[in-house]
Ligand binder design. Structure first.
Ligand code: SF4
Ligand code: SF4
Ligand code: SF4
Ligand code: FES
Length: 972
């Protein structure tokens, strides 16, 4: 530590700490408007000027040095600070009492108070531009914009969408979208970073406008009258009494605005934020430095919460009545569920019942579902949708390093020298995690290799983009591994110290020469060598992968090959290295971790281990089934075979998201008894005998576990909608009617039980997860967690990792004369998965109303297809009608369909082939025939969709250009 004198007081500081951080840490009150710790020094506002060595310097951009003497209160400093802030007020009209941003956290308001501004020295000048309301989620008011540039910095360098800029040379600079487009016609992806960091009301969420304040809903004319009144009296009475009134109004808001921390319910990144609400109205989502996301969100987490208050929410249990349903009381419905499950169990045994848990619901709910299956019904037939995506990645890691989770944190991915992304459209499927890669690549020289069939955003940004033939990733990964071994480029020391199985592995690589890989994968030998050498040369490598790898018949083996390559190159056990299978749903990691799997109890404890079973039997006071049950894929087969007769499923749209949905629907129809628990009447619930109305995440407490194994608490934002109940309560009701005696009154009690029975979570408790605190499993009894796994040993008895030999299984389907096109499928940024939640967001629907099929320009030319042409896709399993979108993201005879849709699920086209190790469907192995239909509709993507925008990349806000303006002078 060094010492720095600030206004005669001596402070300890870290060397090279920013002066502004030292001030904030030590309670030295210096104004700073453009500085935000997550954005760093932007240097546009000049309000933080202080004196060092007789010179005025910006405290945000000045680093401490030993013996430094700083004056924040000298007359030169104070006068400069005030002069800088006067310039800001020239750009901003203070009408706090009638402003929706007057919530105690407005930087401009608070700085006016800090500087005790009495009168406006530079008269406010509105800018000659209209307010822009063209984005459904936020609006920009140029006249209130103080040109701090925080939004530009956030868009350019945090989100790295590169939409925003300020043209400092303009006579009246303002924030520009795509250099001057309307927001709604720009490349803006509505991630909301800009709105989150704006220090005033220039950028605001539309849901705030007219709702946050007591007077802000007044008609415009009345508001303007009040603003004029205030302006009129300000010269006489000064700002002090005016601010006092606005502060009284802000304090009144506290009585009705609630801020509740929650965790996003969409993807597996695990963003957390405060939800601001007034009654059941969501005012806004405000990230407050979440451990995974900092200030970041994507459009879904920031804006797509309409579904919670959707009129489609179920508010009464439904019981089948002929072809339809009738409303029932909770008692009637639950009694019926218990009676039928009891009858079926008595007649056909416990294994004639299957249960499917939700990867959207909480850890505690997953735990209760598997406990219901095992302890109350007596079957291990319980699973969750990780079977559809992530089970192969987990298998690859179990085989090689021991734990089935990401080996480090998002922070490690940021620190890597080289990131390799395989089969993951990260910018759309894990948007906030992708921002960290985009940042590191743009600003810190991180290298990026992307392998994918589709040229998505990460592919466009990559230093090397590979387009291997479908299902051949294992081949090029193995060939690179062999090349490294053959050429002495493997990490010998690491292998000797930490890894078993080298010789068998070396032998397994024999077939994989670069030439073979080149032929099989369609990649040049030079490219393969380049990739191999980049991986060998990089000091820290992280590999990220997702469904483009796992949803093939060789998904587990390819995941294994990835981990093998990381071991071979010593890319485990250090920060900035490791394996990152990106988990899809918000709690798909947690649903598996907590035992909703047919072969393991919570914490991946095997059901056929007598010691494990004995521990659970003692706690639960029952005898447990001893052999693994059916996974969800096998359950569907078992229904067709007449072996599985009843199913209880919650929060899972199996009818849309399992492969070959015609086959799945056919099975569901055959069930003797089917219970679906959901917040909406889902497609799956159309087959149900009883539908139980559940509550979404905002209406309950619990925990989620994100892709980085991070366990986080969510708090109840709203009471459950009348008639609905949290899933954990419903499951408990069912269990008790089946004879269990559960008495959980709060999810924390369930977590206490989990921790007691599961070494992986021994130290997890709600107290340790209070607020924004989080834990990354494994968590020792004393609460020590492991953000980075394997720092001391791998998770095997001898502490060593295992190279696991694999061989290549060819894709199960190849184009032929009948089905001549390959159909790829996956996620889209703005819709989540099948879209049940996001299609209920009006704003999202307005930009992305439905699904489509992407067709390459070459194929479109050949077949006479244009944007909006209807085509019929037919596979061996079904057919769909869908509109075409012509794009060079796909090439040749590859098609791509987002998996979300209002009514045309891609899974009518996918088949029954699976990865044999995990039963994960090979969704990506689909071949289809395409018939061009005579109708031509509108383009499936309206022109307002961000994909038609034109970003304007630059290095940030580029304040130097402001300083070069002839009218700019450092304030004095
Ligand atoms: S992409 Fe749009 S919402 Fe996100 S920071 Fe940029 S301008 Fe703002
Ligand atoms: S819109 Fe951007 S530049 Fe304007 S005040 Fe807000 S953050 Fe600053
Ligand atoms: S969807 Fe994923 S990236 Fe987007 S806010 Fe939610 S957790 Fe974050
Ligand atoms: S806070 Fe330092 S220049 Fe704005």
């Amino acid at each position: 530590m060094i010492s720095v004198t600030v206004d005669e007081d001596i402070h300890e500081a870290a060397p090279h700490e920013r002066l502004i951080d030292l001030f904030n840490r030590s309670g030295v009150r210096v104004p700073h408007v453009c500085y935000h710790p997550r954005l760093g020094p932007i240097q546009t506002c000049d309000t933080c000027l202080v004196e060092v060595g007789g010179k005025l310097v910006r405290a945000c951009a000045t680093q401490t040095s030993d013996g430094m003497v700083v004056s924040t209160r000298s007359s030169a400093a104070k006068s400069a600070q005030r002069a800088a802030f006067d310039r800001i007020l020239g750009n901003h009209l203070l009408y706090c009492t009638v402003c929706d941003n007057n919530n105690g956290n407005c930087t401009v308001h608070n700085t006016t108070k800090l500087l005790a501004v009495e009168h406006q020295r530079i008269p406010f000048q509105p800018k000659p531009y209209a307010v822009d309301h063209t984005n459904p989620f936020y609006r920009y008011d140029p006249s209130q914009c103080i040109l701090c540039g925080r939004c530009v910095e956030a868009c350019q360098n945090v989100q790295v969408n590169e939409t925003l800029s300020i043209r400092w040379e303009d006579p009246h600079p303002r924030v520009l979208w795509d250099g001057g487009a309307k927001i709604g016609e720009s490349s803006c992806v509505s991630c909301g970073h800009c709105v989150t960091v704006c220090p005033c009301n220039a950028l605001m969420e539309t849901t705030m406008l007219g709702h946050a304040g007591f007077l802000t809903a007044l008609p415009k004319s009345a508001l303007e009258g009040m603003i004029d009144l205030v302006k009129g009296v300000e010269p006489e009475i000064g700002y002090r009494p005016i601010l006092r009134v606005s502060e009284a109004e802000a304090a009144m808001r506290e009585t009705r605005i609630r801020r509740t921390k929650t965790v996003c319910t969409y993807c597996g990144v695990g963003c957390s934020f405060d939800v601001w609400t007034k009654d059941r109205h969501i005012l806004k989502v405000e990230p407050a430095d979440g451990p995974a996301n900092g200030i970041s969100t994507c459009v879904k987490g920031k804006f797509a919460w309409d579904y919670v208050n959707s009129p489609d929410r179920l508010t009464a249990p439904l019981i089948r009545d002929g072809d339809g349903f009738r409303a029932a009381t909770w008692d009637e419905a639950l009694d019926l569920v218990a009676r039928r499950l009891t009858e079926i169990k008595a007649a056909s045994g416990p294994d004639s019942i299957g249960l499917i848990a939700s990867s959207k619901c909480t850890n505690e709910e997953s735990y209760l579902m598997q406990k219901l299956a095992r302890a109350a019904i007596g079957t291990n037939n319980v699973d969750n949708c990780s079977r559809y995506c992530q089970a192969p990645a987990t298998m690859g890691l179990f085989r090689t390093v021991g734990y089935g989770g990401d080996s480090g944190s998002i922070a490690d991915i940021e620190q890597a020298a080289l990131v390799v992304i395989i089969g993951s459209n990260t910018a759309e499927s894990h948007p906030v995690l992708a921002t960290r890669v985009k940042q590191a690549h743009k600003l810190r020289g991180q290298q990026l290799i992307v392998a994918d069939r589709r040229e998505h955003e990460m592919a466009r940004r990559a230093d090397v983009f590979l387009r291997p033939n479908p299902g051949t990733d294992l081949v090029w990964l193995s060939a690179i591994s062999r090349h490294l071994l053959d050429n002495g480029l493997a990490h010998t020391e690491f292998l000797q110290r930490w890894v078993n199985g080298l010789e068998a592995y070396r032998k397994s690589l024999e077939p994989f020469t670069l030439e073979v890989a080149s032929r099989v994968c369609g990649l040049s030998v030079e490219t393969l060598k380049q990739v191999a050498h980049m991986i060998a040369a990089a000091d820290r490598v992280c590999i990220l992968w997702a469904m483009g790898v796992t949803q093939h018949v060789n998904g587990s083996d390819t995941s294994t090959a990835i981990s093998n390559l990381l071991l071979l190159t010593g890319n485990y056990m250090r920060p900035g290295t490791g394996a990152y299978p990106l988990r899809g749903h918000n709690n798909v990691q947690g649903a598996s971790d907590h035992g909703s799997m047919p072969n393991v109890l919570p914490g991946y404890q095997s059901v056929d281990d007598p010691e494990v079973r004995a521990r659970f039997e003692a706690a639960w006071q029952v005898a447990l089934p001893t052999t693994p049950g059916l996974d969800n894929h096998e359950m569907v087969d078992a229904i067709h075979q007449g072996k599985l007769k009843a199913m209880y499923l919650f929060g899972e749209e199996i009818e849309d998201v399992d492969a070959n949905t015609n086959y799945v629907g056919g099975a569901l129809e055959k069930l003797d008894f089917f219970v679906v628990q959901d917040i909406f009447l889902s497609e799956t619930s159309r087959y149900a005998d009883v539908v139980l109305p559940a509550s979404p995440s905002l209406e309950k407490e619990g925990t989620f576990t994100s892709t980085e194994r991070r366990i986080q608490r969510l708090y109840r934002v709203f009471e459950p909608l009348e008639g609905s109940r949290p899933d954990w309560q419903i499951i408990q009701e069912v269990a008790n009617r089946l004879g269990a005696r559960w008495h959980y009154e709060h999810p924390s009690e369930i977590m206490r039980e989990i921790a007691a029975l599961t070494p992986l979570f021994a130290g997890v408790s709600y107290e340790r997860l209070e607020g924004y605190r989080s834990l990354q499993w494994p968590v020792a009894a004393d609460g020590t967690d492991e953000p980075l796994l394997y720092t001391e040993r791998f998770h095997f008895p001898d502490g060593k990792a295992r190279l696991f030999p694999v061989s290549w299984t060819e894709p199960s389907l190849r184009p032929d004369t009948e089905f001549d096109l390959r159909l790829n499928n996956g996620r889209l940024l703005e819709h989540f998965h099948e879209g049940n939640l996001t299609y209920r967001s009006e704003g999202i629907r307005s930009r992305t109303p439905d699904t489509f099929v992407e067709i390459s320009p070459e194929l479109a030319g050949e077949r006479g297809i244009q944007d909006g042409t209807w085509v019929q896709l037919t596979s061996r399993y079904g057919q769909v009608r869908v509109r075409a979108l012509i794009t060079d993201r796909v090439r040749g005879k590859d098609l791509y369909m987002p998996m979300n849709s209002t009514e045309r699920p891609v899974n009518r086209l996918t088949g029954n082939q699976t990865d044999p190790a995990t039963d994960t469907p090979a969704y990506k192995d689909a071949v289809v025939a395409m018939r061009v239909l005579p109708e031509i509709g509108e383009s499936p993507l309206p022109r307002v969709n961000h994909r038609f925008g034109h970003p304007t990349p630059q290095r940030g806000v580029e304040v130097e250009r402001k300083w070069q303006r002839p009218d700019y002078r450092l304030p004095e």
